[in-house]
Write a new protein. Structure first.
Length: 72
């Protein structure tokens, strides 16, 4: 049931939850994905959508498939 609830969330809420569970800041997540904290904030806020290369980096950071986070 938990997975079903998570799957229904939009990408920006998923990456925020994954980041918090991993115990890292936006700055740390951004650095790990070779982007800025401003970009990361924008993604988490749902203000912008990460490019494909960033989607891959985010999925790798959290050890999940891109499709589990983003609608492709």
């Amino acid at each position: 049931m938990w997975n079903e609830l998570i799957n229904e969330l939009p990408y920006h809420k998923k990456i925020k939850i994954l980041r918090i569970v991993k115990g890292i800041s936006q700055q740390e997540a951004a650095k790990a994905c070779c982007t800025t904290q401003k970009n990361w904030w924008s993604w988490e806020a749902g203000k912008s959508y990460p490019r494909k290369v960033s989607q891959r980096a985010i999925a790798n950071l959290f050890g999940v498939h891109e499709e589990d986070i983003f609608e492709n």
